[in-house]
Design a protein around this ligand. Structure first.
Ligand code: FES
Length: 238
């Protein structure tokens, strides 16, 4: 969807007349604003928009942006500038599951088109669309900040990494059925962004780290052997 289409949608969609933070969130707002130095309270705009979005079932009505502007003493247009720049703010309602798929270069090189195909097969919608029952919205994004574990898909607050067509499909099917989905993170068994075939640097530190995971078993003895060798070399030089 182009920016122009989005602007048209926003103009014509039903928007709530008013917005106010819930009592619990009001206390949180005060705590967030207090973190910034005197005169710099406007810097709280992003966390406040995030909180407003969570309170509004995953999207930011215009009244919520206006309320944040008023709280922080900002011209509303400054808040709209922030909300329209970052893709994590949704300016129209989204489904219960917000499925965001990265199609930027690292993910594309590692198979993002297959992940898109899996999502479209499961959800039956294209980018920018929500399923008829409101269960899920599919969104294309430029980067989810987990490029080392490409290809990556985000569902609500969870990142699913190292995906294939089959694993992406399994995650989405489980979520749609309300079943417990596979644990978020790498779907290929590596922990964090550890190299697929075991640590290549900082092996002394990575020994335990690799051993906790299902990353190639063959990487473990090598890491340990290197550790012993390094200790021996250390003895010789002292
Ligand atoms: S390019 Fe896909 S997560 Fe960064």
């Amino acid at each position: 969807m182009s920016d122009m289409d989005l602007r048209e949608d926003i103009k014509t969609m039903d928007q709530p007349e008013t917005f106010a933070f819930s009592p619990e969130n009001q206390a949180e707002v005060a705590a967030i604003v207090a973190k910034y130095p005197q005169g710099r309270q406007r810097s709280a705009v992003m966390p406040l928009l995030d909180m407003a979005q969570r309170q509004s079932s995953g999207w930011l009505p215009r009244a919520a942006m206006d309320h944040v502007a008023e709280l922080l003493g900002m011209p509303p247009v400054r808040v709209y500038e922030v909300a329209t720049f970052y893709t994590m703010y949704n300016l129209k309602p989204v489904g219960r599951l917000h499925v965001q798929i990265c199609t930027n270069v690292p993910c594309w090189l590692r198979g993002a088109p297959e992940i898109v195909r899996a999502a479209q097969d499961v959800l039956g919608v294209a980018f920018g669309q929500t399923t008829e029952d409101g269960a899920a919205t599919l969104t294309e994004v430029e980067c989810l900040g987990a490029c080392a574990n490409a290809p990556v898909m985000q569902v609500n607050d969870d990142l699913y990494e190292d995906l294939t067509y089959d694993t992406a499909k399994a995650v989405l099917e489980a979520l749609l059925k309300g079943e417990t989905p596979p644990i978020a993170g790498s779907q290929a068994g590596r922990r964090g962004a550890c190299p697929c075939h075991g640590a290549t640097t900082l092996k002394d530190l990575a020994g335990d780290y690799v051993a906790q995971d299902s990353v190639k078993e063959s990487a473990k003895p090598k890491a340990k052997a290197k550790t012993a060798k390094s200790a021996e070399a250390g003895k010789e030089t002292t």
